[in-house]
Design a protein around this ligand. Structure first.
Ligand SMILES: [Ca+2]
Length: 399
């Protein structure tokens, strides 16, 4: 562009120069014309000169015109070149723009990437933080676990120590138990020896009172011995004299016995069975009625069967000043209000408020209600004895 301008300037300068020359020539022509009159010859000369000069000028103008055209062409060419350059420049500008766009995009992309990277970096940082937190938690958990482990170890140690102590104590105790067991065995042997040495009856007693005897299959049993010299000494099995003890008892009470050996009592159907089952025994009965009359009855055979046989009575060989009121009861099972073994359709134990070897219901009822029901039928005088005092006793019958 600058080159074109310079050329144009030069052309203009030359044009101005030429125009100035022409103006000078015109001035000369005018001077010549003014001097026409003066010198025609000179005029012609001058005209020729002027023509010459004009031709020269025309030639110069032509040259100038040609130069101008050439210059014009050059200018056009230059213009075209400029346009092409402009087009190229535009193209370059476009490409530059495109490049700038690309660069911008790339920059943006990079920024985005940088953003992503930053985000990722942040995420990584967060993850690292969380990892650190997790690490810390794991550390804490490990510490807790370690503490728990130590605590559990201590507990286990204490537990083991306690177990060992218990084991030692158990060992010692088993020794003691063994020793005690031996002692117990020894004691049992001693007791057995002692029981074996016990009397089997009251035979050796000389005064009334309570002693310990051995009952076969049962062991020691306290009994009241009656040493009245009337065939005894006797083991007292029943005693009543004031009604202080109720004889309206159930089966198990009659089986095991009840009352007070120093007062009124029943020795029990089971001891009676065990005392009479293998050894021949006799029964002696002392009786006093409301008129203070004394009666007795004695049986040389007296046996009570087992519970399976309802403690049935076997009795025979009567003697005494009271008639035999019991042999008719032979073979009858014992009856209580809760166990009716009598031969009556009624419940004799309930009816007579007692426990006895009832049949239909009885000829003698020494366990009946005190004292109206405590009776004995005296066949000799054909009267019911209303008793106020009764004692039943047994002793071995060696005869
Ligand atoms: Ca009945």
């Amino acid at each position: 562009m600058h080159l074109v301008q310079k050329q144009n300037q030069r052309i203009e300068e030359r044009c101005i120069e030429l125009i100035s020359n022409v103006t000078d020539d015109v001035k000369s022509y005018t001077a010549l014309l003014e001097n026409l009159h003066d010198d025609l010859s000179n005029l012609w000369k001058r005209v020729v000169k002027v023509d010459f000069n004009a031709a020269q000028s025309q030639a110069a103008l032509d040259v100038l015109e040609r130069d101008w055209i050439e210059d014009r062409k050059s200018i056009n060419n230059l213009q075209n070149g400029s346009n092409a350059i402009l087009v190229q420049l535009n193209e370059h500008s476009k490409r530059l723009l495109a490049l700038e766009m690309q660069t911008t995009n790339l920059t943006l992309q990079r920024c985005q990437n940088d953003g992503e990277t930053y985000k990722s970096h942040l995420q990584i940082q967060n993850m690292e933080l969380r990892l650190n937190q997790i690490d810390n938690r794991i550390d804490e958990s490990l510490k807790l676990y370690e503490n728990h482990r130590k605590s559990n170890e201590n507990i286990l140690r204490s537990y083991r120590d306690a177990l060992a102590s218990i084991a030692r104590r158990t060992h010692n105790m088993s020794g003691e138990i063994s020793s005690l067991s031996n002692t117990q065995i020894g004691l049992r042997l001693d007791i057995n020896k002692f029981v074996k040495q016990l009397p089997k009856d009251c035979a050796k007693e000389t005064t009334n009172g309570i002693i310990l005897i051995e009952v076969p299959l049962m062991g020691p049993l306290e009994v009241f011995c009656d040493t009245t010299p009337d065939g005894g000494p006797w083991i007292t099995v029943q005693k009543r004299f004031n009604g202080s003890e109720s004889f309206f008892r159930d089966w198990s009470e009659y089986r095991n016995g009840f009352g007070d050996l120093n007062a009124e009592f029943w020795i029990g159907n089971n001891p009676l069975h065990l005392l009479t089952r293998k050894r021949r025994m006799k029964l002696h009965i002392d009786m006093w009625d409301i008129q203070e009359r004394y009666f007795y009855a004695e049986y040389q055979t007296f046996l009570i069967r087992s519970e399976l046989d309802q403690y049935a009575i076997e009795i025979s060989n009567h003697s005494g000043n009271a008639s035999d009121a019991l042999t008719s009861h032979f073979g009858m099972g014992f009856s209580t209000f809760d166990k009716d073994n009598d031969a009556s359709s009624a419940n004799c134990a309930v009816h007579h408020t007692g426990g006895w070897w009832y049949q239909h219901c009885h000829r003698a009822d020494l366990n009946g209600r005190y004292s109206l029901g405590m009776t004995w039928y005296d066949e000799y005088n054909q009267e019911w004895l209303q008793l106020v005092r009764v004692e039943m006793k047994i002793a071995p019958n060696e005869s």
